[in-house]
Design a protein around this ligand. Structure first.
Ligand code: 1GP
Length: 253
């Protein structure tokens, strides 16, 4: 299937990627088209589509709109096995390794497996790690799990190592959508140093400085949802930041 892939594991290239998270509950057709239009001059690498609590039946329509109007790959970011849609290009198969809830470690995966096998979707096996950023996010509440303490980078690093040793090919470090504050650069750096697989980072990134700090600490893929919903211009700001980061990388090669 020809579409830009997520960065490949072992070793990471150093190139940075930018994913815009679209929550189908919070998006109208017009706002989605507006974001797509912005990506013409301010490229993004992926649209992640999903939410911890999808209350509407908008997801299929949003994915259709994206596929009809954009060439940016659409990657599902599902909260459970019901959120699979074969119109997308790929899916993050999330194993919630920061938690101890068997349903999100293997249960939902068993339900999803036959559907995924038949779907043709590119599957990205991902160790998903929720971090406690001071407010209980929908993700931690809905998953019934305790997030990793905010100021314990060593726990995050060991959790990521375990995920990598179990064969997971991506690690996603997430403060949860709308987190009051993002995961610390110290924790990102600790996880980055602990594993060779690409590192996806998101949750509560709402300024260019926070985005830059996450990139510099070692994030390979930056995910931003909430703040772009409120302020679409932030998409352009982060796109330019990621592009300048990659240009500098090429210059130094
Ligand atoms: C949430 O990482 C994503 O799972 C993005 O978070 O919506 O806070 O940007 P925000």
């Amino acid at each position: 299937m020809p579409f830009n892939d997520l960065p490949q594991p072992y070793p990471t290239t150093g190139r940075k990627h930018f994913a815009v998270l679209l929550d189908p509950d919070n998006l109208t057709e017009a706002s989605c088209l507006n974001l797509i239009a912005l990506t013409a001059s301010h490229p993004v690498d992926f649209f992640f589509v999903g939410g911890s609590l999808i209350m509407t039946d908008n997801q299929a329509g949003i994915i259709r709109l994206l596929k009809e109007n954009s060439t940016v790959p659409v990657i599902l970011f599902p909260s459970n096995s019901q959120h699979i849609d074969r119109q997308a290009d790929g899916i993050l198969l999330l194993s919630l390794i920061s938690g101890r809830n068997p349903d999100f470690l293997i249960g939902q995966h068993v339900l999803a497996a036959p559907v995924l096998k038949a779907s043709g979707l590119q599957v990205y096996p991902t160790g998903y790690m929720l971090v406690d950023t001071g407010c209980q996010t929908t993700a931690s509440y809905m998953s019934g799990t305790t997030p990793i303490p905010y100021d314990k980078p060593a726990i995050a690093a060991c959790t990521a190592m375990a995920g990598e040793l179990l064969g997971l090919r991506y690690i996603y470090l997430d403060g949860g959508s709308g987190a009051y504050k993002p995961v610390t650069p110290e924790m990102i750096a600790a996880v980055r140093a602990a594993v060779g697989v690409p590192l996806i980072v998101g949750g509560g990134i709402n300024t260019a400085d926070k985005a830059k700090a996450a990139l510099e600490a070692g994030a390979d893929v930056l995910v931003i949802g909430n703040h772009i919903e409120k302020n679409p211009g932030f998409l352009a700001e982060v796109s330019d930041l990621v592009s300048s980061y990659n240009v500098a990388l090429d210059v130094h090669r």
